[in-house]
Ligand binder design. Structure first.
Ligand SMILES: *Cc1c(COP(=O)(O)O)cnc(C)c1O
Length: 495
């Protein structure tokens, strides 16, 4: 098995090359040219393993130039002691059919930890294989959660520097504090005047700029990415869908007619991992794509037209405030049966005009796999209130979008088979919104919100959130989006 580029299939790379490089030179994304097909026996074997065992089993298929010991060491390093209960991805059950996959028990309280605790190990091992002693420079654009999770994962990792850009007004107060107070000698954080799409476009531009690349090379450095354009982010996410299936199959005894998966979606990385899990044999029925008011994906799945030329909203679920979903490119590659020229043409149209439309055949395939819905902030907050009142389950704003869209799906289709809801962040990360949704009490400071939320709901405050109260901000640079490159050069000390 090899990795190939979505925009040029003749580009071939090993796992280490794909991970170390992050993105293909011509701008395409790396995808595997083959997927494992797990048998009933494989799933039975997987079921008897713990999370780390399942991760090793699945990842070995994707890390083609890692030896088994190497993969094992990466997994052990990532998932030992970094999650609050040694179950990185536990399931909470609501009623008979709703399974909430809680992906926020890691050090930064969002699902990004599942991949970003592992990525530094994968990347360090990959860089050793292919970069010959060069320092790796990780560039990150974040809508809030990736930045912190990447900083935690990469802080003080030898031979790496990490630089994070976030939208100055586009993240929650807790997310901002998490990033601005980050410790570590090799970390750099900068807010930009713009939104997440601006940050992502800026980073992609720096990445593919050959003059910048040459300059880094002279200084014995190479860029890589910790965004979900990096295959090393996606592979670990496939694991938790395989693992959730094992856990659900144990509970239900028989899942022969499959289960649905609902994912609160922004950049399309998480739901794409669920699709890849389906390809390996996990019996997923419908992939339900849940969006907030930035509903570009809802429209795309329902009409076949992707149109980013629309108003951008800053919402209560900021990690999904995205109009350019970069991982959709990998899905287009799947939907066109690997037609690299067609994918490149669609992506060029998107870059030049902000719009592309897929043909009827592709739209049909898309709608067979996916169902899509969206909800605004008022509905999001109402859903948090309802789930808490009705079931005693407290969720964050992103997960609430998923619950809301799931109910829309149920109502429209009547399909009440078991369903897995990806819960992507701790409610305490968005304490103000969540508090407002469950009571009419309000507090002035973010940490008073946290305490009040704890008093009102009795739900435990995650330790990393508690620890933030005494954290001191270290980084306060805010720059124009046109100055991102000079921030990078300054941070690295290259001219
Ligand atoms: C990143 C994020 C999302 C969106 O995930 P994608 O993989 O970008 O679609 C949803 N919820 C939370 C809390 C996130 O941090």
């Amino acid at each position: 098995m090899n990795y190939i580029s979505t925009r040029d299939k003749s580009v071939k790379a090993s796992a280490a090359q794909a991970i170390a490089q992050g993105i293909s030179n011509e701008g395409g994304l790396f995808v595997p040219d083959a997927f494992p097909a797990f048998s009933k026996e494989d799933f039975a074997a997987l079921s008897s393993l713990d999370y780390k065992g399942r991760a090793k089993f699945v990842l070995k298929f994707f890390l083609n130039d890692f030896d088994d010991d190497e993969t094992d060491r990466c997994v052990e390093g990532a998932y030992t002691g970094s999650f609050d209960n040694d179950l990185p991805a536990p399931i909470a059950r609501i009623g008979e059919n709703i399974n909430v996959l809680e992906l926020w028990h890691g050090p930064t309280c969002a699902f990004k930890d599942l991949a970003l605790q592992l990525l530094p190990y994968l990347l360090t091992a990959s860089a050793k294989k292919v970069n010959g002693g060069k320092k790796t420079v990780i560039l990150v654009a974040t809508s809030g959660d990736t930045g912190k999770a990447a900083l935690e994962g990469f802080k003080d990792v030898p031979d790496t520097e990490i630089i994070v850009f976030y939208p100055s007004e586009g993240v929650s107060p807790m997310q901002k504090l998490q990033m601005s107070s980050q410790k570590g000698e090799n970390v750099h954080v900068c807010a930009i005047k713009g939104n997440f799409d601006d940050a992502q476009t800026g980073v992609k531009k720096i990445f593919t700029d050959s003059a910048v690349k040459a300059k880094l090379y002279e200084n014995n450095m190479l860029f890589s990415s910790a965004n979900s354009i990096n295959w090393g982010r996606l592979a670990p996410q496939i694991v938790y869908y395989v693992s959730a299936y094992c856990d659900m199959a144990k509970h239900y005894g028989n899942l022969d007619s499959g289960f649905n998966v609902v994912v609160p979606t922004g950049n399309f990385g998480n739901i794409l991992a669920a699709y890849y899990a389906k390809k390996t044999g996990v019996p997923i029925n419908k992939l339900i794509c849940a969006s907030n008011a930035n509903n570009v994906l809802t429209d795309f799945i329902n009409t076949g037209k992707y149109d980013r030329n629309r108003e951008f909203f800053t919402t209560a679920s900021p990690s999904m405030d995205i109009l350019i979903s970069s991982n959709l490119e990998r899905m287009l590659f799947e939907l066109t049966d690997g037609d690299d020229a067609a994918v490149a043409a669609l992506q060029n149209k998107l870059r030049d005009t902000g719009v592309f439309t897929v043909d009827e055949k592709i739209k049909e395939k898309l709608q067979k796999l996916f169902w899509a819905g969206c909800c605004d902030d008022a509905a999001t907050l109402a859903t948090i209130g309802e789930y808490f009142k009705e079931y005693g389950y407290l969720c964050d704003t992103h997960t609430a979008v998923a619950f809301n869209v799931y109910e829309q799906y149920l109502k429209e289709t009547g399909d009440d088979r078991p369903t897995l809801i990806a819960s992507t962040a701790s409610p305490y990360k968005f304490a103000k919104s969540v508090l407002g949704a469950v009571t009419d009490k309000t507090a002035l400071s973010e940490f008073d919100n946290v305490r009040l939320l704890n008093e009102v709901t009795g739900k435990a405050i995650p330790a990393p959130i508690k620890a933030l109260e005494n954290a001191k901000p270290r980084f306060n640079t805010v720059c124009d989006k046109k100055d991102m490159l000079s921030f990078v050069c300054d941070a690295l000390g290259v001219k």
